[in-house]
Structure formats: structure tokens, C-alpha cells
Write a protein that binds this ligand. Structure first.
Ligand code: GLU
Length: 477
């Protein structure tokens, strides 16, 4: 009994020692992995912006170079880095030989490929990939003015949103109505109708409002304080609207001349014949269309295959140059396209992205480096370092970028001026009523009537009976 208890105790102590928390198990794995990692690792990469680029001192810099430095530090290896000799990612020829970075890995000319190398089935059968360090898809890169974008007959209405136009029309009608009311209520504006025709009829009020919009100061000019308040507030409202309209119209015209073509999807590309489109020769993008069963993507492949000598490019930078200089759309990985769009304001990537895929670090088939690499990448991901590198290398330096984000002026942008107009109109109506009350008081004193009946008489004059009716009533016994 004593012996078996001692044996159990020994096993328990041993077990506890081996799995002393997660940290120890992790450290053990790291130790074991470190023993399998060669001291100096040969790394191949490809010149592709912003993953690996030649800096001022001819040294390589970029996202992939920073990532490699981080991984080397966390896994504890030294490395020698070179650019892939044939400048290719890796494709299999008819004899089954691989070129590019994949070929270098297979021929053991490099231990690792740290580059935007897409994880695909055919490659996964020949080499091993770590977990993806970046996700991407296939997008369309276009020149902003590749086709005539949205020039349309009533473009002059575009600077303001529909809601704002409705708001302006309603404000204009309400202001004209208030001017008409004030013109009647205020004793300064309303001279005795039997002697002089009142000037602010409703039609005149409408005309007055239009005059302010065209900066013409239409007649009649108001005399009463209340009517002048309306005039001033309306001028202020009109000037603010004009300034907003001119500003928005200028950027609308600017934006429209640089507008994105009417291509918003891969289907749109097929529907037109003005713009040629293509991709990188023998790339994973080309193979995606080749292997796709989707009829639209199949048609894209058939088009590219038929015109392969014309539309397939040798490198991404050649594709970008073609997009900038001719009527050409480049189909390729959206992440690289986002980079050139952030640097060149004349380029745009359409919103549709298809065929999600990832970039992984490649090593020879079943390499012991893969698992430590995957763990190191996950560590970089969880620490937020991958996100930091992404922001660092994809920084937007296209100052005119905001042009593409043009939107019509919305009512809330000019909400303040609508509020001031509302307050002004309310104030003017109150003042005109006070003016009329004062006038009613003095006429009540003169005619020895009550103030209320004098006020209702005044109102009757202004809004009730016409002068002709009144004179008729006076004549009849
Ligand atoms: N990253 C791709 C590859 O590994 C090349 C670019 C592309 O397919 O657009 O082949």
C-alpha cells in the first residue's frame, strides 16, 4: 500500500513538472523548435511594392522585410536575403518543373520564401506554407477617367441632396408667405388700401425671394422692421446656400472629370469593349479564372486566353503602368492594388473583390520550420504588430484622395442656417403683430373703441373684406 502510494506521488510530481502551466509547455516547444531551426536561414523574396522594394541605399525594405526581421528575432535565427533570380512567384511548366520562388525552395536554393506568395493547392502539393500572414482577394484596378463616368444633363442639381433641395423650396415658400403676412400685418407696410395698393402681394413676395437668390435685390423694398428682418435673414440664407452650392459644384465637376468608370464589377468588364483587361501571366489570379466554374469568371478567362499576348503582363508594375497609360484594367490581388491606389491618385480599385486567398511563408515540403513560423506569425498577429506593419506600408499619400469621396451637401450640414431662418421668420411675425397691436391701441383711443375691436377691425381690413366690399357696405343703408 505504501509502495503504490509512493509510486503515485512520484508520477504526480513528474507530471506536474512537465506541464507546469501553459508557459512552460510553450517554452519547451520553443526550445525544441529552436534546436531544429538552422542558425542561418536563406530567404528568397520578390521585388513587389510595398512588400520588398529597393530603398535609397539599395537595401531592401518593405512589409515582407520588416516581417522577416520580426520573425527572425522571435524565432532566433540569422538570415541571408536575396531577390528571386527570375523575378517570378512560382508556376509549374509542362515538364513539371517549377520556376520563381517556389522553384528556388524546391531546388533548396532557399529555405524560406517571405513574399506575397499566394497559398494555392498546386503549390501546397509541392511546398509547405505557414498560416497566412495576410488575407486578400482579386480586384480590378482602373484609371479614374478610363471611361466617361457620370456626366449627366441635370448634374447642376447634384451639389445638393434631394432632401436639401426640398428643404430649400419649402423654406422659400414659407418665407414668401411670412413676407406676405408681415406685409399685411405691419402698419408700416400696409398703407390704407383704398388709397394705395399694398405692395407685398403673395406673388410679389415670391418674386422678392427669387431676387435675393440671384443677388438682384428685387422690388418692392421692405420698410417695416419686421419685413426688413425677414429680408436680412433671407439674404443671409441665400448667400450661405450660394456659397455652399458653388463650393460643392466645383468639387462635383472636379470629381466628375476624374470619376471612376462605370465599371463596378467583373460583369461590367465583360459588358463593355472600350477597356481591355488582363492579369499577370501564369499567376494565381490567372489560374483562379482558369479553374473557375462561375460563367462570368470563365468568360473572363476565355477573353484573357484568347488575347494572351496582348493583355497578360510580366509584372504587377507593368500592369500598373498599362492602367495609367492606356485603356486597360488590371485584374490582380486587391492588397497590392490598394497600395498603388493610395500612392497614385489617378487610379481606383472597384469595390468588388472575389476569390479570397492568403499569403503564406513557404518552406520545403514538411519543413520543421513551418510550425514555429505559424506560431510566430500568430504571435505577431495577436500582438497587433501585423496590423501596425499594414498601416505603416499602406499609408495613404494621395492628397486628392478625398476627391473620390465627394458627396452632395446634406441638410444637416446647413441645419444652422435653416434654424436662423426659422427664428428670424418667427421674430418678424411677432414684431409685426406687436406693431399692429400698437396701431390698434392708438386707433382705439382715437375712435373710443375697445382695443380688441380695433384690432379685429384692422385684421378685417387686412385679411377679410376687400376694399370694394367695404366701400359697398358703407354706401348701403
Ligand atoms: N501573389 C500572386 C502569386 O503568388 C501573384 C499576383 C497575382 O496573382 O495577381 O502568384
Amino acid at each position: 500500500m505504501d509502495k503504490s502510494f509512493m509510486l503515485l506521488l512520484a508520477v504526480a510530481i513528474l507530471w506536474c513538472g512537465c506541464t507546469d502551466g501553459e508557459g512552460n509547455a510553450g517554452d519547451l516547444f520553443k526550445e525544441r523548435a529552436k534546436r531544429q531551426i538552422p542558425k542561418t536561414v536563406t530567404v528568397t523574396t520578390i521585388l513587389e511594392q510595398p512588400f520588398a522594394m529597393k530603398g535609397e541605399s539599395e537595401a531592401l525594405e518593405g512589409y515582407a522585410i520588416d516581417l522577416l526581421a520580426e520573425l527572425a528575432q522571435s524565432m532566433g535565427f540569422n538570415y541571408t536575403l536575396h531577390v528571386v533570380k527570375d523575378g517570378k512567384y512560382g508556376a509549374k511548366d509542362q515538364e513539371g518543373n517549377w520556376n520563381g520562388m517556389v522553384g528556388e525552395i524546391i531546388r533548396k536554393e532557399a529555405d524560406l520564401a517571405v513574399a506575397p506568395l499566394t497559398i494555392t493547392v498546386v503549390r501546397e502539393n509541392a511546398i509547405s506554407f505557414s498560416t497566412p500572414f495576410m488575407q486578400t482577394g482579386i480586384g480590378i484596378l482602373l484609371k479614374k477617367d478610363a471611361t466617361s463616368g457620370g456626366s449627366y444633363l441635370f448634374g447642376f442639381l447634384s451639389p445638393f441632396s434631394k432632401e436639401l433641395w426640398i428643404g430649400i423650396i419649402v423654406s422659400y415658400l414659407i418665407t414668401s408667405l411670412c413676407l406676405f403676412l408681415v406685409g399685411r400685418l405691419s402698419p408700416c407696410e400696409w398703407t390704407d388700401p383704398s388709397n394705395e395698393q399694398n405692395k407685398f402681394t403673395f406673388l410679389n413676395s415670391l418674386w422678392y425671394g427669387i431676387g435675393a437668390f440671384t443677388l438682384q435685390g428685387a422690388e418692392p423694398q421692405p420698410k417695416a422692421l419686421s419685413a426688413r428682418i425677414i429680408a436680412v435673414i433671407w439674404w443671409l440664407f441665400s448667400i450661405t446656400l450660394l456659397a455652399a452650392y458653388i463650393g460643392s459644384f466645383a468639387s462635383y465637376i472636379n470629381n466628375n472629370t476624374n470619376s471612376a468608370p462605370n465599371i463596378q464589377s467583373f460583369e461590367d468588364l465583360l459588358k463593355q469593349d472600350k477597356i481591355e483587361f488582363g492579369t499577370l501571366r501564369n499567376s494565381s489570379t490567372f489560374n483562379f479564372f482558369k479553374n473557375s466554374k462561375n460563367p462570368t469568371y470563365r468568360m473572363i478567362y476565355e477573353y484573357m486566353d484568347k488575347k494572351k499576348d496582348q493583355v497578360l503582363v510580366k509584372s504587377f508594375s507593368e500592369g500598373v503602368q498599362r492602367v495609367r497609360k492606356s485603356n486597360y484594367a488590371y485584374l490582380g490581388e486587391s492588397i497590392s492594388q490598394d497600395f498603388v491606389v493610395a500612392k497614385h491618385c489617378d487610379l481606383v480599385r472597384v469595390p468588388e473583390v472575389i476569390g479570397g486567398r492568403g499569403y503564406g511563408i513557404a518552406a520545403e515540403l514538411d519543413s520543421p520550420l513551418i510550425r514555429p513560423l505559424t506560431i510566430a506569425i500568430l504571435e505577431q498577429f495577436e500582438s497587433g504588430n501585423l496590423e501596425y506593419l499594414r498601416q505603416k506600408w499602406w499609408e495613404n499619400t494621395c492628397s486628392a484622395q478625398t476627391q473620390g469621396d465627394w458627396v452632395p451637401v446634406q441638410p444637416h450640414t446647413l441645419g444652422g442656417i435653416f434654424l436662423i431662418l426659422g427664428i428670424g421668420l418667427g421674430l418678424a411675425l411677432i414684431i409685426s403683430i406687436i406693431e399692429l397691436v400698437c396701431k390698434s391701441k392708438s386707433s382705439a383711443n382715437q375712435e373710443k373703441k375697445s382695443c380688441c375691436s380695433a384690432f379685429s377691425d384692422e385684421m378685417g381690413h387686412r385679411f377679410g373684406k376687400t376694399p370694394n366690399q367695404e366701400s359697398l357696405e358703407k354706401v348701403q343703408p
